[in-house]
Design a protein around this ligand. Structure first.
Ligand code: DON
Length: 591
């Protein structure tokens, strides 16, 4: 059975008293492991570690490789976040989120009547934020790389893949076909990704000559080439020619930021996750803090009582998300208040185990009153020169770990490939609040704190996370999926810590999602038994299962964000990996 049919088998036929968990064993490695959405990219990362590189070196090579083999989300035309935990306990959050161009304005997606213009923030050049990936990977390497492999050596495997091509997988062929409408709107995307209207079939070789040359320049001239060299000039010229906003000055001005990780604890485990401009770390730690007083383990992972509890903490965390977080360089985010134990306890004071709350009129909390300083969330003090997303997890032989989630935002981003570069560009501007109260691509209602301003980073849900126990890395995880990301990470962590699942079971288990608005529990099929579903409805929940078509691998494969995860067994030190079968080309690789 191939991976997809295994998944379908697992979802359809397994499952009895507790819902189905595919009974597959984790992959094992003694030294280093990569879990990513592309088998080729995972192999490239492991090869770096075999050659003496550490997890951060491997992350750079894997990140560049995904930009070639996984174009729906892997990128150098987007941005993201990397959480690093070194074996000596140092942690860092590398923020390489895109920023709004200097000519961006708060009402740029509104018409003369103040209404949001459909598509303007999602398709085409106006949707593009200044990309951060190349600078972010470079900053991570400079700060935490082993120094044993050069930048050039780490970019080279991706360059070669682009220049020489690689065999198209069935999933990539499907992705390209499925996005043909968007990609065919833009000349260079149409030529490169749809071969001028003759879409690639599985098994054919996909060569990206321009991208290969771009990666060659970045490899040879260094990361600033993207922001100041020929690549930058081509990006700016493309924007100028087609009414985009990004200028050469915007590219030159782009800087990634090293921030302190957001740190929390859950049942004795230490959690390092992403601070603002992600909302993910705050919401994750809020939800963990709200469920910690409950005996979640004895509820069982799929009982109505447990799922009700999750829905209610999700409602509260997403309500706060709509109100408080934004780019900490622009707005003051009351992080301490939002995470204060007494704040979270009060937030749950009206929790009724027998009754769902109602989202309409559900108030945000008052975290500022909890003695939070008005200062923006602190940077770590270093000044530095310099529906699409994918997550990869890496642990090396020394115990250094990387959780990296990066994105183009929507599938194939804005659809635009900049002339001459082969670079597919993001539509991250849609993550800003186009207008308060109007839902974005992911149905998220957002607030003033996330309004558009030049140089500002849009609020994100990406939640790369590293869990440590007794000062050692224990679990590395993260996921794509817009707002579902945060809830996916919550469920993977709780599945492992509360329910004692193996890493594969924790990743495979069906997941649920509530985001305050709309007031429904979205969930994968077979989340829970019919009896428990009835009990949830009796509490007042509306269940909105995603449909599954057992014989349609496309539907199964597209299912929910893939949580590419690694767990380190405390007793043996083995790296135990779970690629997520929701993403058909995903794989762990280890040695
Ligand atoms: O940063 C964010 O939260 C979004 N741009 C992520 C988008 C995403 O995960 C789409 N993936 N399926």
């Amino acid at each position: 059975m191939n991976k997809v049919s295994l998944l379908v088998f697992a979802l359809v036929f397994a499952g009895s008293t507790e819902t189905c968990l595919a009974q597959r064993l984790p992959a094992e490695a003694r030294h280093g492991m990569v879990a990513s959405a592309s088998a080729t990219a995972s192999e490239i990362g492991v090869d770096v570690m075999r050659r003496g590189g550490n997890a951060i070196d491997a992350a750079v090579a894997t990140g560049f490789a995904l930009a070639v083999t996984y174009p729906r989300a892997g990128n150098i035309g987007g941005g993201g976040f990397m959480v690093v935990r070194m074996a000596d306990g140092r942690t860092a959050a590398i923020d390489f989120r895109e920023v709004a161009p200097s000519r961006a304005t708060s009402d740029m997606y509104l018409d003369a009547n103040g209404e949001v213009v459909a598509g303007r923030s999602t398709v085409g050049r106006l949707a593009v934020g200044v990309p951060g990936t190349v600078a972010g990977l470079a900053l991570a390497l400079e700060r935490y790389g082993s120094g044993r492999l050069s930048w050039r050596e780490l970019v080279e495997p991706a360059r070669r893949l682009a220049a020489e091509g690689f065999p198209v997988t069935p999933a990539l062929a499907r992705d390209l076909r499925a996005s043909a409408k968007l990609l065919s709107e833009f000349e260079y995307s149409h030529r490169i990704f749809l071969r001028g209207g003759n879409p690639y079939e599985a098994g054919e070789r996909f060569v990206q000559a321009e991208l290969g040359r771009t990666l060659g320049r970045i490899a040879e001239d260094g990361p600033r080439e993207f922001y100041e060299g020929e690549t930058a000039a081509m990006l700016a010229a493309d924007m100028a020619r087609h009414g985009g906003l990004i200028t050469l000055d915007d590219l030159r001005a782009y800087r990634p930021v090293e921030r302190d990780v957001l740190r929390g604890a859950y049942r004795g485990y230490e959690i390092s996750t992403m601070p603002p401009p992600s909302s993910g770390g705050i919401a994750l730690l809020q939800m963990l803090g709200m469920i910690e007083p409950f005996d979640v383990a004895s509820m069982g992972h799929d009982s109505a009582a447990k799922l009700h509890l999750l829905a209610e903490v999700m409602r509260r965390a997403f309500r706060d998300r709509a109100e408080f977080p934004g780019d900490p360089d622009f707005v003051s985010v009351p992080v301490e208040g939002l995470l204060a134990r007494d704040y979270l306890r009060d937030r749950m004071a009206d929790f009724d185990p027998a009754r769902a709350a109602t989202s309409v009129g559900f108030p945000a909390g008052d975290p500022v009153a909890r003695g939070t300083s008005a200062a923006a969330y602190p940077r770590s003090g270093h000044a530095h020169e310099s529906s699409e997303t994918t997550h990869f997890s890496i642990v090396d032989a020394e115990g250094n770990a990387v959780a990296c989630t990066y994105t183009l935002n929507g599938l194939f981003g804005s659809g635009v490939t900049a002339e001459g570069t082969g670079i597919l560009l993001n539509n991250e501007m849609d993550d800003f609040t186009a207008k308060v109260g109007v839902p974005n691509l992911f149905g998220l209602i957002q607030g003033e704190a996330n309004a558009i301003a030049p140089g500002k980073r849009p609020l994100s849900s990406m939640t790369p996370t590293i869990v440590a126990k007794d000062d050692r890395v224990y679990l590395v995880t993260g996921s794509p999926g817009g707002p579902t990301i945060i809830n996916t990470v919550l469920q993977v962590i709780s599945n492992v810590i509360d329910h004692g699942m193996s890493i594969t079971q924790a990743v495979d288990a069906p997941r649920m999602h509530h985001q305050w608005m709309p007031d429904v529990i979205n969930h994968e099929p077979f989340l829970t038994s019919r009896d428990s579903a009835e009990l949830l409805r009796a509490r007042g929940h509306v269940l909105a299962p995603r449909k599954l078509y057992p014989n349609d691998p496309e539907a199964a494969a597209r299912y929910w964000g893939d949580a590419e995860s690694i767990l380190v067994d405390a007793a043996t030190g083995l790296r135990l990996g779970a690629n997520d079968l929701r993403s058909p080309d995903s794989a762990t690789a280890g040695y």
